[in-house]
Design a protein around this ligand. Structure first.
Ligand SMILES: Nc1ncnc2c1ncn2[C@@H]1O[C@H](COP(=O)(O)OP(=O)(O)OP(=O)(O)O)[C@@H](O)[C@H]1O
Length: 355
């Protein structure tokens, strides 16, 4: 069992509070992603879990073991936790096999260690297979691998100790877009196949949403929201979280009995939404723009077409100066600049009290 439960963890450096009452429950064998802007405290949280920093207050429980509470603080090497850093941190002078075998090291040195590593060769091959690397990579040096391959070796090294929990600190951020997505998928599959509990720290919302069963959005050392990716994306707790997780369409709306009336007509909103003047939030893919209707009340004019490959983002000026909205459309047969379009909303919107 390797459920991770973090309760009331706070940490200050001098007068600056970097973690402020953090609670997180990661069920056994699942992945959580902590996403937030640079400097919000993500790495510090991982360092507290790993044992490189002691929190001022709070507790960390891994499986049946309390690794931090009050005066108890297990040293990192006794925590059964693997850590993969942003740059992989492989030893440049050691081969791939020796880098991985280092993770298997039991403290033996010299000839005994060499003998041990030789015996561990089979395990190295097994670990390379786990991270989808050919056994032929074993004798290469890290600089003879691509960035994505290096990160897989780093993961294999961390897996070698069979940790109960894997911590991943922005492990894909140095990779270019294509490699990033494939490496992320490979790592997620490896961890899933191993049934390992994990936490990924990232500043990339798409990465967080695709990687984990649970996403925690961090702002200034606090979680603004923790929940399944689809829920936090479609029902963000506040406008900060909404903006952080993706593009937003914002409209003024009058809200009553969980229906909001805006320039685009009435739309259902979340249960127990605020009443009166609100700010309405939709995702751009919730709007459809149909060309050719000129006199419909919920129409507008396309003023910008931002081509992004698989889709385009249309900027549309609403009729009667009611504002501007952004609409996501597939790239084929998208409206052109100057087209008049009729707008309709799909699904439920989120209404927030006007700030
Ligand atoms: N040992 C330390 N001593 C003093 N301040 C620190 C220390 N470690 C981190 N900080 C500060 O704590 C804050 C949070 O740092 P942290 O590295 O946790 O942020 P982060 O969200 O991981 O950022 P990034 O995405 O840029 O890595 C920062 O303002 C940082 O300068």
């Amino acid at each position: 069992m390797s459920r991770l439960v973090i309760s009331g963890v706070s940490k200050s450096f001098g007068a600056t509070r970097v973690l402020d009452h953090i609670d997180l429950d990661v069920p056994d064998g699942t992945a959580a992603a902590v996403v937030g802007a640079s400097g919000c405290g993500k790495t510090t949280l991982l360092r507290v879990i790993a044992g490189f920093e002691a929190p001022d207050t709070g507790s960390v429980q891994l499986g049946t073991e309390t690794v931090v509470r009050d005066n108890v603080c297990l040293p990192p090497q006794r925590r059964r936790i693997g850590y993969v850093a942003q740059d992989g941190a492989l030893f440049p002078h050691l081969s791939v096999a020796d880098n991985i075998a280092y993770g298997l090291d039991t403290g033996l040195r010299g000839a005994a260690a060499r003998l041990r590593r030789h015996r561990d060769r089979d395990r190295v091959t097994e670990l390379l297979a786990m991270v989808s690397l050919d056994p032929g990579f074993a004798d290469r040096l890290p600089h003879q691998l691509s960035g994505g391959q290096q990160q897989r070796v780093a993961l294999a090294r961390a897996l070698a100790r069979k940790p109960a929990l894997m911590l991943l600190d922005e492990p894909f951020s140095a990779l270019d877009t294509g490699l990033r997505a494939t490496t992320r998928q490979a790592v997620a599959e490896t961890l899933r196949a191993a049934g390992m509990t994990s936490i990924l720290v990232t500043h990339d919302q798409e990465e967080a949403l695709s990687f984990a069963e649970q996403v925690a959005v961090m702002r200034d050392g606090r979680f603004t929201q923790v929940g399944p990716p689809q829920h936090v994306y479609h029902h963000p707790a506040d406008l900060f979280t909404a903006h952080f997780l993706g593009d937003c369409v914002l409209l003024d709306a009058l809200c009553e009995a969980d229906i909001a009336k805006s320039a685009l007509g009435p739309v259902p909103v979340q249960q127990h939404a605020p009443t009166g003047q609100t700010t309405l939030m939709l995702r751009p893919e919730q709007l459809t723009a149909q060309v050719g209707t000129t006199d419909h009340p919920h129409s507008g004019t396309v003023t910008e077409v931002d081509f992004r490959g698989p889709d385009v983002i249309l900027t549309i000026d609403l009729a009667e100066g009611a504002g501007t909205v952004k609409v996501r459309r597939t790239g084929t047969q998208a409206p052109a600049r100057g087209d008049r379009v009729r707008l309709t909303i799909q699904g439920t919107a989120m209404a927030y009290e006007k700030s």
